[in-house]
Design a protein around this ligand. Structure first.
Ligand code: SF4
Ligand code: SF4
Length: 148
């Protein structure tokens, strides 16, 4: 008797689910990520999106636990530093957010972008131009995260 009840209950649940509204979302539609979601990195600019914020201090490369960041800077004649190369290997990154936390000028931020894919390991390495573009798009669309 108990088994029959369980069977009927199971069939009833199946029937309810069969006729209820589907919750599946077709890509590229997506549920917005949580506000604290850590997605693909971007290099950000001043408010007018003209000047890069990064001062090439190399702190992020030192703090990254996965050694996913490598970079090079050059000193200008006026003593300021300019960023020559900035690579983030997403194949190594564990999205811990340490880089975002330590940056003294909030130049690097983890954007809400969640659907970056690569066909091989080399395409998972983002270069400065890619990071700058992501930062620019993020600023223009207003999708940058608030400062942490
Ligand atoms: S999120 Fe973490 S693992 Fe990824 S680059 Fe930043 S510090 Fe490294
Ligand atoms: S992103 Fe921030 S911490 Fe990293 S080198 Fe640039 S200014 Fe320094």
């Amino acid at each position: 008797m108990k088994g029959l009840f369980a069977l009927l209950k199971g069939l009833w649940m199946t029937g309810v689910q069969f006729f209820s509204k589907t919750e599946t979302i077709q890509y590229p539609e997506a549920v917005p990520p949580a506000t604290r979601w850590r997605g693909v990195h971007g290099l950000f600019f001043t408010q007018d999106v003209k000047e890069e914020l990064c001062v090439s201090c190399c702190l992020v490369a030192r703090v990254c636990p996965a050694q996913a960041i490598s970079m090079e800077g050059r000193e200008k004649e006026d003593g300021d530093k300019v960023l020559e190369r900035f690579d983030v290997d997403l194949g190594r990154c564990v999205y811990c957010g340490f880089c975002e936390e330590v940056c003294p000028v909030e130049a690097i931020r983890l954007t809400p972008s969640w659907d970056y894919v690569g066909r091989d390991r080399s395409s998972l390495v983002l270069h400065k131009e890619d990071l700058v573009e992501i930062g620019r798009i993020s600023m223009n669309t207003g999708s940058k995260k608030e400062s942490i």
